[in-house]
Design a protein around this ligand. Structure first.
Ligand code: S3P
Length: 411
Protein backbone atom coordinates (compact mmCIF):
# COMPACT_ATOMS: atom_id res chain seq x y z
CA UNK A 1 0.00 0.00 0.00
CA UNK A 2 1.41 3.37 -1.03
CA UNK A 3 -0.25 6.79 -1.10
CA UNK A 4 -2.19 9.41 0.84
CA UNK A 5 -5.84 9.56 1.91
CA UNK A 6 -7.93 11.92 4.04
CA UNK A 7 -9.76 10.18 6.87
CA UNK A 8 -13.51 10.99 6.96
CA UNK A 9 -15.38 12.64 9.79
CA UNK A 10 -15.43 11.42 13.39
CA UNK A 11 -18.68 9.62 14.29
CA UNK A 12 -18.64 10.43 18.03
CA UNK A 13 -18.01 14.12 17.44
CA UNK A 14 -20.60 14.29 14.64
CA UNK A 15 -23.35 13.03 16.99
CA UNK A 16 -22.42 15.59 19.60
CA UNK A 17 -22.17 18.49 17.13
CA UNK A 18 -25.75 17.95 15.93
CA UNK A 19 -27.20 17.41 19.38
CA UNK A 20 -25.47 20.34 21.06
CA UNK A 21 -26.10 22.71 18.12
CA UNK A 22 -29.78 21.75 18.37
CA UNK A 23 -29.80 22.90 21.99
CA UNK A 24 -28.01 26.23 21.30
CA UNK A 25 -30.30 29.14 20.41
CA UNK A 26 -29.29 30.29 16.90
CA UNK A 27 -27.52 28.93 13.82
CA UNK A 28 -24.43 26.72 14.15
CA UNK A 29 -22.34 25.58 11.20
CA UNK A 30 -20.95 22.06 11.25
CA UNK A 31 -18.07 21.43 8.87
CA UNK A 32 -17.15 17.90 7.76
CA UNK A 33 -20.23 16.17 9.23
CA UNK A 34 -20.10 12.37 8.96
CA UNK A 35 -22.24 10.67 6.33
CA UNK A 36 -22.36 7.44 8.33
CA UNK A 37 -25.80 6.03 9.09
CA UNK A 38 -25.42 6.50 12.88
CA UNK A 39 -24.89 10.30 12.87
CA UNK A 40 -27.72 10.53 10.31
CA UNK A 41 -30.01 8.81 12.85
CA UNK A 42 -29.10 11.56 15.32
CA UNK A 43 -29.76 14.27 12.71
CA UNK A 44 -33.19 12.81 11.86
CA UNK A 45 -34.13 12.71 15.55
CA UNK A 46 -33.18 16.37 16.03
CA UNK A 47 -35.32 17.20 12.98
CA UNK A 48 -38.23 15.22 14.48
CA UNK A 49 -37.82 17.37 17.61
CA UNK A 50 -38.55 20.47 15.53
CA UNK A 51 -34.99 21.63 14.73
CA UNK A 52 -34.46 23.20 11.29
CA UNK A 53 -31.40 21.89 9.45
CA UNK A 54 -29.96 22.33 5.97
CA UNK A 55 -26.86 21.32 4.00
CA UNK A 56 -25.22 24.39 2.44
CA UNK A 57 -21.89 24.35 0.58
CA UNK A 58 -21.10 20.93 2.12
CA UNK A 59 -21.67 22.36 5.61
CA UNK A 60 -24.54 21.38 7.87
CA UNK A 61 -26.44 24.34 9.32
CA UNK A 62 -28.44 23.68 12.48
CA UNK A 63 -30.90 26.29 13.72
CA UNK A 64 -31.13 25.28 17.36
CA UNK A 65 -33.52 26.35 20.08
CA UNK A 66 -36.34 24.86 22.11
CA UNK A 67 -37.06 21.22 21.33
CA UNK A 68 -40.67 20.34 20.45
CA UNK A 69 -42.60 17.19 21.38
CA UNK A 70 -42.11 14.60 18.61
CA UNK A 71 -45.11 13.34 16.66
CA UNK A 72 -43.85 9.73 16.64
CA UNK A 73 -41.29 7.40 18.22
CA UNK A 74 -37.66 8.45 17.67
CA UNK A 75 -35.71 5.77 15.79
CA UNK A 76 -32.03 5.52 16.82
CA UNK A 77 -31.34 2.78 14.24
CA UNK A 78 -28.13 0.91 15.20
CA UNK A 79 -26.70 3.77 17.26
CA UNK A 80 -26.09 3.35 20.99
CA UNK A 81 -24.58 6.84 21.17
CA UNK A 82 -27.80 8.35 19.76
CA UNK A 83 -29.99 6.51 22.25
CA UNK A 84 -27.92 7.07 25.37
CA UNK A 85 -27.09 10.75 24.75
CA UNK A 86 -30.61 11.62 23.56
CA UNK A 87 -32.04 10.00 26.71
CA UNK A 88 -29.99 12.49 28.76
CA UNK A 89 -31.29 15.40 26.67
CA UNK A 90 -34.92 14.27 26.62
CA UNK A 91 -35.20 13.36 30.32
CA UNK A 92 -35.45 17.00 31.41
CA UNK A 93 -37.80 18.27 28.67
CA UNK A 94 -41.43 19.21 29.33
CA UNK A 95 -42.76 16.54 26.96
CA UNK A 96 -42.70 12.75 26.65
CA UNK A 97 -40.83 10.73 24.03
CA UNK A 98 -39.91 7.17 23.08
CA UNK A 99 -36.52 6.06 21.73
CA UNK A 100 -36.46 2.87 19.65
CA UNK A 101 -33.67 0.99 17.83
CA UNK A 102 -32.94 -1.85 15.41
CA UNK A 103 -32.63 -5.49 16.50
CA UNK A 104 -28.97 -5.08 17.60
CA UNK A 105 -29.59 -1.88 19.59
CA UNK A 106 -32.73 -3.38 21.14
CA UNK A 107 -30.56 -6.00 22.86
CA UNK A 108 -28.10 -3.51 24.37
CA UNK A 109 -28.07 -2.61 28.09
CA UNK A 110 -29.65 0.71 29.07
CA UNK A 111 -29.67 0.25 32.88
CA UNK A 112 -26.33 2.04 32.89
CA UNK A 113 -28.11 5.29 31.93
CA UNK A 114 -31.52 4.58 33.49
CA UNK A 115 -29.92 4.31 36.94
CA UNK A 116 -28.11 7.70 37.09
CA UNK A 117 -30.88 9.52 35.23
CA UNK A 118 -33.46 8.12 37.68
CA UNK A 119 -31.35 9.36 40.59
CA UNK A 120 -31.63 12.83 39.01
CA UNK A 121 -35.44 12.55 39.05
CA UNK A 122 -35.88 11.37 35.46
CA UNK A 123 -38.56 8.88 34.46
CA UNK A 124 -37.02 6.53 31.89
CA UNK A 125 -38.65 3.13 31.38
CA UNK A 126 -37.05 0.30 29.42
CA UNK A 127 -38.15 -3.30 28.98
CA UNK A 128 -36.01 -5.23 31.41
CA UNK A 129 -33.37 -2.48 31.12
CA UNK A 130 -33.35 -2.58 27.32
CA UNK A 131 -34.85 -0.44 24.52
CA UNK A 132 -37.31 0.90 23.62
CA UNK A 133 -36.99 3.67 26.20
CA UNK A 134 -40.09 5.57 27.20
CA UNK A 135 -39.14 8.95 28.66
CA UNK A 136 -41.59 11.04 30.69
CA UNK A 137 -40.15 14.57 30.79
CA UNK A 138 -39.56 15.70 34.40
CA UNK A 139 -37.66 18.37 36.37
CA UNK A 140 -34.15 17.12 37.20
CA UNK A 141 -31.85 17.57 40.16
CA UNK A 142 -28.03 17.59 40.01
CA UNK A 143 -26.21 14.62 41.60
CA UNK A 144 -22.70 13.27 42.11
CA UNK A 145 -22.64 9.96 40.29
CA UNK A 146 -19.76 7.53 40.70
CA UNK A 147 -19.92 5.29 37.66
CA UNK A 148 -18.54 1.74 37.87
CA UNK A 149 -17.77 1.83 34.11
CA UNK A 150 -15.50 4.12 32.08
CA UNK A 151 -18.16 5.05 29.51
CA UNK A 152 -18.41 8.23 27.48
CA UNK A 153 -21.99 7.43 26.59
CA UNK A 154 -23.09 7.19 30.23
CA UNK A 155 -21.00 10.24 31.15
CA UNK A 156 -22.52 12.26 28.31
CA UNK A 157 -26.10 11.24 29.18
CA UNK A 158 -25.58 12.44 32.76
CA UNK A 159 -23.84 15.69 31.73
CA UNK A 160 -26.55 16.50 29.18
CA UNK A 161 -29.23 15.89 31.80
CA UNK A 162 -27.13 18.09 34.13
CA UNK A 163 -27.28 20.91 31.60
CA UNK A 164 -31.00 21.25 32.42
CA UNK A 165 -30.97 20.11 36.07
CA UNK A 166 -31.20 22.17 39.25
CA UNK A 167 -27.75 22.64 40.82
CA UNK A 168 -24.44 21.03 40.00
CA UNK A 169 -23.97 17.55 38.48
CA UNK A 170 -20.70 15.66 38.91
CA UNK A 171 -19.71 12.43 37.16
CA UNK A 172 -16.72 10.32 38.19
CA UNK A 173 -15.50 7.30 36.24
CA UNK A 174 -12.74 4.76 36.98
CA UNK A 175 -10.63 5.87 33.99
CA UNK A 176 -11.11 8.84 31.69
CA UNK A 177 -13.25 7.84 28.66
CA UNK A 178 -13.42 9.92 25.47
CA UNK A 179 -14.03 13.56 26.43
CA UNK A 180 -15.54 15.04 23.26
CA UNK A 181 -18.69 16.03 25.21
CA UNK A 182 -16.67 18.01 27.73
CA UNK A 183 -14.58 19.72 25.03
CA UNK A 184 -17.56 20.66 22.85
CA UNK A 185 -19.80 21.82 25.71
CA UNK A 186 -16.99 24.06 26.93
CA UNK A 187 -16.43 25.34 23.38
CA UNK A 188 -20.14 26.23 23.27
CA UNK A 189 -20.02 28.15 26.55
CA UNK A 190 -21.26 25.63 29.15
CA UNK A 191 -20.17 25.91 32.79
CA UNK A 192 -18.22 22.64 32.80
CA UNK A 193 -15.04 21.74 34.67
CA UNK A 194 -12.92 18.62 34.59
CA UNK A 195 -10.53 17.21 37.17
CA UNK A 196 -8.90 13.96 36.02
CA UNK A 197 -11.65 11.38 35.60
CA UNK A 198 -14.25 13.64 37.29
CA UNK A 199 -16.31 16.30 35.54
CA UNK A 200 -18.89 18.79 36.84
CA UNK A 201 -21.49 20.81 34.99
CA UNK A 202 -23.93 23.51 36.03
CA UNK A 203 -27.09 24.52 34.17
CA UNK A 204 -25.98 26.52 31.12
CA UNK A 205 -27.25 28.06 27.90
CA UNK A 206 -25.21 26.87 24.91
CA UNK A 207 -24.06 29.37 22.30
CA UNK A 208 -24.21 28.54 18.57
CA UNK A 209 -20.75 28.00 17.09
CA UNK A 210 -18.92 26.83 13.98
CA UNK A 211 -17.73 23.30 14.68
CA UNK A 212 -15.17 21.62 12.43
CA UNK A 213 -15.10 17.85 12.86
CA UNK A 214 -11.76 16.03 12.53
CA UNK A 215 -11.28 12.65 10.86
CA UNK A 216 -12.14 9.59 12.94
CA UNK A 217 -9.16 7.78 14.49
CA UNK A 218 -11.44 4.73 14.85
CA UNK A 219 -11.79 4.74 11.02
CA UNK A 220 -8.07 5.47 10.57
CA UNK A 221 -7.37 2.38 12.72
CA UNK A 222 -8.15 0.02 9.79
CA UNK A 223 -5.59 1.80 7.61
CA UNK A 224 -3.05 1.93 10.44
CA UNK A 225 -3.37 -1.83 10.94
CA UNK A 226 -3.28 -2.54 7.20
CA UNK A 227 -0.29 -0.24 6.63
CA UNK A 228 1.64 -2.01 9.39
CA UNK A 229 0.93 -5.60 8.29
CA UNK A 230 0.71 -5.44 4.48
CA UNK A 231 4.29 -5.92 3.17
CA UNK A 232 6.10 -2.96 1.65
CA UNK A 233 3.56 -0.27 2.63
CA UNK A 234 4.02 3.41 3.33
CA UNK A 235 0.86 5.50 3.61
CA UNK A 236 -0.16 8.93 4.87
CA UNK A 237 -3.49 9.41 6.65
CA UNK A 238 -4.54 13.06 6.74
CA UNK A 239 -6.74 14.90 9.23
CA UNK A 240 -6.87 12.24 11.96
CA UNK A 241 -8.40 13.25 15.33
CA UNK A 242 -5.70 12.84 17.99
CA UNK A 243 -7.62 13.55 21.18
CA UNK A 244 -5.53 11.70 23.83
CA UNK A 245 -8.66 9.90 25.11
CA UNK A 246 -8.84 8.20 21.68
CA UNK A 247 -5.20 7.52 20.83
CA UNK A 248 -4.78 4.23 22.70
CA UNK A 249 -4.15 2.50 19.38
CA UNK A 250 -1.07 4.67 18.78
CA UNK A 251 0.28 3.70 22.23
CA UNK A 252 -0.28 0.03 21.40
CA UNK A 253 1.40 0.32 18.00
CA UNK A 254 4.41 1.89 19.73
CA UNK A 255 4.49 -0.93 22.33
CA UNK A 256 4.37 -3.48 19.48
CA UNK A 257 7.26 -1.79 17.67
CA UNK A 258 5.18 -0.40 14.79
CA UNK A 259 6.14 2.69 12.82
CA UNK A 260 3.47 5.42 13.00
CA UNK A 261 4.75 8.97 12.88
CA UNK A 262 2.62 12.02 13.73
CA UNK A 263 3.01 14.94 11.32
CA UNK A 264 1.62 18.48 11.52
CA UNK A 265 -0.24 18.42 14.87
CA UNK A 266 -2.85 21.18 15.26
CA UNK A 267 -6.06 22.05 17.18
CA UNK A 268 -9.44 22.42 15.48
CA UNK A 269 -12.61 23.41 17.42
CA UNK A 270 -10.86 22.38 20.65
CA UNK A 271 -9.83 18.93 19.34
CA UNK A 272 -6.26 17.84 18.48
CA UNK A 273 -5.70 16.75 14.88
CA UNK A 274 -2.71 15.57 12.85
CA UNK A 275 -1.55 13.50 9.89
CA UNK A 276 -0.05 10.04 10.31
CA UNK A 277 2.67 8.26 8.34
CA UNK A 278 2.41 4.46 8.65
CA UNK A 279 5.05 1.99 7.43
CA UNK A 280 5.17 -1.81 7.34
CA UNK A 281 6.75 -3.00 10.59
CA UNK A 282 7.87 -6.10 12.44
CA UNK A 283 5.44 -6.25 15.34
CA UNK A 284 5.79 -7.91 18.74
CA UNK A 285 2.84 -8.97 20.93
CA UNK A 286 1.97 -6.99 24.07
CA UNK A 287 -0.56 -6.74 26.90
CA UNK A 288 -3.44 -4.26 26.60
CA UNK A 289 -5.38 -3.54 29.79
CA UNK A 290 -6.63 -0.99 32.36
CA UNK A 291 -6.73 2.69 31.45
CA UNK A 292 -5.78 1.90 27.85
CA UNK A 293 -9.05 0.04 27.22
CA UNK A 294 -11.48 3.01 27.04
CA UNK A 295 -8.90 4.81 24.87
CA UNK A 296 -9.10 2.13 22.15
CA UNK A 297 -12.33 0.27 22.90
CA UNK A 298 -13.67 0.36 19.32
CA UNK A 299 -10.31 -0.60 17.81
CA UNK A 300 -9.94 -3.93 19.66
CA UNK A 301 -11.24 -6.17 16.82
CA UNK A 302 -8.73 -4.70 14.33
CA UNK A 303 -5.98 -4.73 16.97
CA UNK A 304 -6.70 -8.48 17.28
CA UNK A 305 -6.17 -8.81 13.51
CA UNK A 306 -2.88 -6.89 13.81
CA UNK A 307 -1.81 -9.14 16.70
CA UNK A 308 -2.18 -12.26 14.51
CA UNK A 309 0.74 -10.80 12.52
CA UNK A 310 2.87 -9.91 15.58
CA UNK A 311 5.51 -12.21 17.00
CA UNK A 312 4.59 -13.68 20.38
CA UNK A 313 1.49 -13.35 22.51
CA UNK A 314 -0.92 -10.43 22.74
CA UNK A 315 -3.23 -10.38 25.75
CA UNK A 316 -6.26 -8.10 25.85
CA UNK A 317 -8.01 -7.89 29.23
CA UNK A 318 -10.39 -5.60 31.20
CA UNK A 319 -12.50 -5.31 28.03
CA UNK A 320 -15.64 -7.10 29.32
CA UNK A 321 -17.87 -4.31 27.95
CA UNK A 322 -16.87 -5.33 24.40
CA UNK A 323 -19.59 -7.97 24.81
CA UNK A 324 -22.20 -5.16 24.93
CA UNK A 325 -21.33 -3.38 21.69
CA UNK A 326 -23.10 -3.69 18.32
CA UNK A 327 -22.31 -7.42 18.70
CA UNK A 328 -20.54 -9.47 21.38
CA UNK A 329 -17.21 -8.37 19.92
CA UNK A 330 -15.15 -10.81 21.97
CA UNK A 331 -17.06 -13.85 20.75
CA UNK A 332 -17.49 -12.50 17.20
CA UNK A 333 -13.80 -11.58 16.73
CA UNK A 334 -12.54 -14.89 18.10
CA UNK A 335 -15.03 -17.02 16.13
CA UNK A 336 -14.34 -15.32 12.80
CA UNK A 337 -10.54 -14.99 13.16
CA UNK A 338 -10.36 -18.70 14.06
CA UNK A 339 -12.05 -19.50 10.74
CA UNK A 340 -9.16 -17.72 8.99
CA UNK A 341 -6.57 -19.82 10.81
CA UNK A 342 -5.63 -17.38 13.61
CA UNK A 343 -4.41 -18.64 17.00
CA UNK A 344 -6.89 -16.70 19.10
CA UNK A 345 -8.80 -17.64 22.24
CA UNK A 346 -11.66 -16.04 24.10
CA UNK A 347 -11.39 -15.05 27.77
CA UNK A 348 -14.16 -13.57 29.92
CA UNK A 349 -12.87 -10.00 29.50
CA UNK A 350 -10.88 -10.12 26.26
CA UNK A 351 -8.81 -12.42 24.10
CA UNK A 352 -5.37 -13.97 23.79
CA UNK A 353 -3.73 -14.04 20.37
CA UNK A 354 -0.70 -16.14 19.52
CA UNK A 355 1.33 -14.85 16.58
CA UNK A 356 2.68 -14.76 14.11
CA UNK A 357 0.28 -16.89 12.06
CA UNK A 358 -0.17 -17.22 8.35
CA UNK A 359 -3.88 -16.61 7.81
CA UNK A 360 -5.15 -19.15 5.30
CA UNK A 361 -8.53 -17.59 4.47
CA UNK A 362 -10.52 -19.17 1.64
CA UNK A 363 -13.71 -19.21 3.76
CA UNK A 364 -16.93 -17.27 4.36
CA UNK A 365 -17.10 -15.07 7.46
CA UNK A 366 -19.94 -13.23 9.28
CA UNK A 367 -20.19 -9.64 10.48
CA UNK A 368 -22.95 -10.04 13.13
CA UNK A 369 -24.59 -6.77 11.95
CA UNK A 370 -21.44 -5.04 13.25
CA UNK A 371 -19.58 -2.44 11.16
CA UNK A 372 -16.34 -2.87 13.08
CA UNK A 373 -16.31 -6.63 12.49
CA UNK A 374 -16.88 -6.04 8.76
CA UNK A 375 -13.93 -3.64 8.50
CA UNK A 376 -11.61 -5.73 10.70
CA UNK A 377 -12.27 -8.83 8.56
CA UNK A 378 -11.56 -6.80 5.41
CA UNK A 379 -8.13 -5.92 6.85
CA UNK A 380 -7.53 -9.57 7.77
CA UNK A 381 -8.32 -10.51 4.15
CA UNK A 382 -5.38 -8.36 2.98
CA UNK A 383 -2.96 -10.80 4.62
CA UNK A 384 -4.86 -14.04 3.92
CA UNK A 385 -3.37 -16.58 1.50
CA UNK A 386 -6.76 -17.05 -0.18
CA UNK A 387 -9.58 -14.46 -0.44
CA UNK A 388 -12.46 -14.58 2.01
CA UNK A 389 -16.15 -13.80 1.50
CA UNK A 390 -17.52 -11.32 4.07
CA UNK A 391 -21.28 -11.77 4.53
CA UNK A 392 -23.02 -8.57 5.66
CA UNK A 393 -20.20 -6.27 4.56
CA UNK A 394 -22.77 -3.49 3.95
CA UNK A 395 -22.76 -2.81 7.72
CA UNK A 396 -19.68 -0.61 7.10
CA UNK A 397 -22.18 2.12 6.17
CA UNK A 398 -22.99 2.60 9.85
CA UNK A 399 -19.78 4.58 10.37
CA UNK A 400 -17.69 4.57 7.20
CA UNK A 401 -19.46 4.49 3.79
CA UNK A 402 -16.21 5.50 2.01
CA UNK A 403 -14.24 2.57 3.47
CA UNK A 404 -13.90 0.33 0.41
CA UNK A 405 -13.40 3.22 -2.01
CA UNK A 406 -10.54 4.56 0.12
CA UNK A 407 -8.88 1.13 0.30
CA UNK A 408 -9.26 0.89 -3.49
CA UNK A 409 -7.14 4.05 -3.90
CA UNK A 410 -4.22 1.89 -2.67
CA UNK A 411 -4.94 -0.60 -5.44
C1 S3P B 1 -18.92 6.32 22.13
C2 S3P B 1 -18.42 5.77 23.26
C3 S3P B 1 -17.97 4.38 23.37
C4 S3P B 1 -17.78 3.74 22.00
C5 S3P B 1 -18.89 4.08 21.06
C6 S3P B 1 -19.02 5.58 20.87
C7 S3P B 1 -19.35 7.73 22.17
O1 S3P B 1 -18.92 3.69 24.12
O2 S3P B 1 -17.66 2.34 22.12
O3 S3P B 1 -18.66 3.49 19.79
O4 S3P B 1 -19.52 8.34 21.10
O5 S3P B 1 -19.53 8.25 23.27
P1 S3P B 1 -18.81 3.65 25.72
O6 S3P B 1 -18.19 4.91 26.16
O7 S3P B 1 -20.17 3.50 26.26
O8 S3P B 1 -17.91 2.48 25.99
Amino acid sequence: MKGTITIPSDKSISHRAVMFASLAHGASTIKNFSNGQDPLSTLQICQALGIQTEFKDRNLIIRGGKLQAPAADLDCGNSGTTMRLMAGILAGQNFNSTLTGDSSLSKRPMKRIIEPLSLMGAVVNGTDGRPPLQIIGAPLQGIHYICPLASAQVKSAVLLAGLHAKGKTTFTEPYLSRNHTEIMLKYMGAAINTNGAAVSIEPSELKPRTIEIPGDISSAAYFIAAGLIVPDSEIILKNVGLNPTRTGILDVVKKMGGSVEILDKRTVSGEQVGDLRVKTSDLTGCTIEGELIPRLIDELPVIAVMATQANGQTIIKDAQDLRNKESDRIKATVTELKKLGAGVNETEDGFIIKGKTKLTGGVEVQTYHDHRLAMSLYVANLVCERPIKINGFEWVNISFPEFEQLFDTFG
